[in-house]
Design a protein around this ligand. Sequence first.
Ligand SMILES: *[C@@H]1O[C@H](CO)[C@@H](O)[C@H](O)[C@H]1NC(C)=O
Ligand SMILES: *[C@@H]1O[C@H](CO)[C@@H](O)[C@H](O)[C@H]1NC(C)=O
Ligand SMILES: [Zn+2]
Length: 502
Amino acid sequence: MAISLCVALLTTVPLLWLVRETDGMPDPARRDLLMREETSRQTGGLLTLTAAEQKLDTRLHQLKEREMSAAQFPPAVHFFKVKTLIEKSPIFKLLQRMPKGAALHIHGSSVVGVEWLVKNVTHRPHCYICFTWDNSVRFLFSDRQPFPRWDCFYWQLLETLRAKIGDDAGFDNSLMQHLTLFTEDPDGEYPNQDVVWEKFEKAFIAAAGLITHAPVLRDYYRQALEELHKDNIMYLELRSGLSRTYELDGTIHDKTWTLNMFQEVTENFKRDHPDFLGARIIISVHRALSVSAVTAAVKEAIQLKMEFPDVVAGFDMVGRENDGRTLWYFREALSLPADIGASLPFFFHAGETDDEGTDVDQNILDALLFNTTRIGHGYALAHHPLAKELSRKRNVAVELCPISNQVLKLVSDLRNHPAAVLMSEGHPMVISSDDPSLFGTSGLSYDFYEAFVGIGGLKANLGTLKELALNSIRYSSLPAHLKDVGLTTWQNKWNAFVSENS
Ligand SMILES: *[C@@H]1O[C@H](CO)[C@@H](O)[C@H](O)[C@H]1NC(C)=O
Ligand SMILES: *[C@@H]1O[C@H](CO)[C@@H](O)[C@H](O)[C@H]1NC(C)=O
Ligand SMILES: [Zn+2]
């Protein structure tokens, strides 16, 4: 059999060669058609651009070609090393001015730049600091000398310490180091995922003492909205654990206080900025907790969602997936809302891993089985064809956070990010920044830059950007009538942006 097949091939191949000599070249018209068809599948590929949009698109294309042929291509390099280079990019400057819609994946303790935390908050009176044995810091506001704690034996009043040290700018810089991952030498300081995650969790704990002081939290939220608005973002869904806040005398406020305060600050901000659509909270619980603690948290979230239907968007589980428990481990707690007929939409982090085939990797399918509204990261989604199909069919958008994935060491050259596949097939997707202050970014422009220039490459165009911004409103938790308001406001801003820049 094998031999006769070989003989057959040997005799037919030269024949084919002869026959196809004239039509061997693929038909150029068909090639054009296929290329256009493929482009139409990418994110924003079906949008028809106006004449002004086409003009801006041509400009963007030229700028991108220039950046791709430069000596250093920023998306191929660790963000910390090219941040200043990105800031000089004319594409980045355009993205800053672009109305980006909504920020749907940002964590509450990392939404305001550390600059403000250090320069403003640590300079306030009654702020104590303590240096821990593992080279971290804790902060506490108190109207008297705080008692020693297990992790903090000796509290010093910052005002006194500053006076003693003298070098205010230098000291502020050293404090900032504790509150962010940013460093000049990311590869040396963070050789692997474990090391970078350890520093990540430390920075969170260090910031907590500052942020959970009730008067600070109020200003912090206001500052967060200011920073987002300045980056041309009009709506926020913030993941927050709603940790208890404290007063100078040690009085503790509960979650209801925090939600009331959040609502009040948002309403005030909207009054000052009528183009701002609002902000909501996705209540987040750490995946290191026990089943009973998560069950209690789910029950509480159901209650809070009923009390604050316009503020609470839903529920999520946070913390490093590789170290924590899986969604399936919490299946009883997470089925509770459906079992009792309560409404608690899920916004699960899932697939923020490169460990294919593990229990953790399974989170992505489980998130979908629990009817998640969106998928946080979904880094592993491209490897799960069935989950990918489900997510597409149900319009469950992936929240892509490129810089986070790079800094936390899932991918080094962003051109190799698996979301390149998702973008090329127009998978439902939004761009977000996860923990902007920890990564030394602010708002969404930096992540838009990486997604647009690095992950999307030369074929991502103005239609891609437009679709991504539209998606952020489309896939938000807002009710339909507010989405309509948001889309109209956004479209006006977009038209102005296009005419000013084309
Ligand atoms: C800190 O910020 C608040 C508003 O958030 C402002 O009123 C205050 O003046 C600032 N303080 C310093 C020291 O910058
Ligand atoms: C998910 O949605 C399906 C279809 O609406 C429903 O039957 C199921 O109970 C939901 N499951 C959960 C866990 O919410
Ligand atoms: Zn996250």
